[in-house]
Design a protein around this ligand. Sequence first.
Ligand code: ADP
Ligand code: ASP
Ligand code: MG
Length: 403
Amino acid sequence: MALVVQKYGGTSVGNPERIKNVARRIIETQQAGHQVVTVVSAMSGVTDGLIKLAREVSHAPTEREMDVLLATGEQTTIALTAMAINAMGHKAVSLTGAQAGIVTDGFHTKAKIANITPKQLKQHLDDGCICIVAGFQGQTAEGKITTLGRGGSDLTAIAIASAIKADICQIYTDVDGVYTCDPRVVPDARKIEALSYDEMLEMASSGSKVMQSRSVEFAKKFGVVFEVRSSFNNNPGTIVKEETKGMEDVVVRGVSIERNQAKVTVLNVPDQPGIASKIFNTIAAANLTIDVIVQNISTAGTTDISFTLNKDDLPKAQAALDPVVREIGGGLSAQDGIAKLSVVGIGMRSHSGVAAKMFEALSRGGINIRMISTSEIKIAVIIDEAKINDAAKLAHEAFGLGA
Ligand code: ADP
Ligand code: ASP
Ligand code: MG
């Protein structure tokens, strides 16, 4: 008998028929002789719908109330899934994040899991029950409802798998696994059989939203091996695990794209110590996450500093930087309509020429590179958003990733 944690995403539980499909799959797993804990997301579109509702009653709802609201999405699904299983004649019980013992810090809308005490969960499992846990949510030590950031049900599943020392952790979604690129963008993308935590992490944090990046970080930290697979068939999926020998032979594992980026340039600032620190401390104090940073060479004692961030954060960044820019003397320019293309692979550590190959592919497509950033296992470029799909196809082809 194995202890199995499964997670079903929004599309997989998107309507009553699909919830019944998930219920059948869970029952089959139990009937194969296993104990099952299932984490479910809100039905597809529900979280976005709740966010829209909130905006209709308030311009600036508090994050505390946002969490109370958003947590209801997953609560609907746990009850419906448990009901469906019960109606099929099997024992299931629904648990909110708090009931599953998930304790978080107090950073509403992006809380971090502090610890898990799965007492109730274990009792129900011992009673022969299937446990259906609400993803994406937890509770502070003081009892305040929190959520774990968009896509956070992945994190719930991985954290529970770690806490109860599950034998198997399966992330069921609407694609057969992790592909060499989003198959909706590059139709000939191939399913990857296995990839390392580091590759999955770089792909997830550079736009491959098939897994929430924080959940991959958690899996790496606690050594939770997981499989990404489809809830609509029984095909084997993609295993994500610690790097093994041979993984490095593949130079580029996958291509990621991230739309909705914006670029801010602070112009003509004095090229002297303390200026960059002032600019980026201001950004950090506004709780904004930035990505690629580029500083120009200095001319006549002044320089330009550019960085990218999510387009939605642009107004907040401009408002925060305005007084600072006035104080240090300079200008501010902002531009949206840009996107990021990344190629990822641990093989890059030991192979050269990856950047050259990527830039050559983009140049063949007449695509202009605006900014470049690299890590040990990733090369990313900022380009016009209108060209991002073409760029992804060109890079995918250049590295021989297609079927
Ligand atoms: P869920 O609701 O199950 O959590 P998500 O929508 O969060 O599902 O993630 C699945 C989607 O991720 C797929 O439908 C696919 O369009 C997208 N995706 C982006 N990059 C990749 C990739 N490299 N491999 C597979 N899917 C990807
Ligand atoms: N329902 C949440 C979201 O849409 C969490 C999740 O689906 O993982 O982001
Ligand atoms: Mg998801």
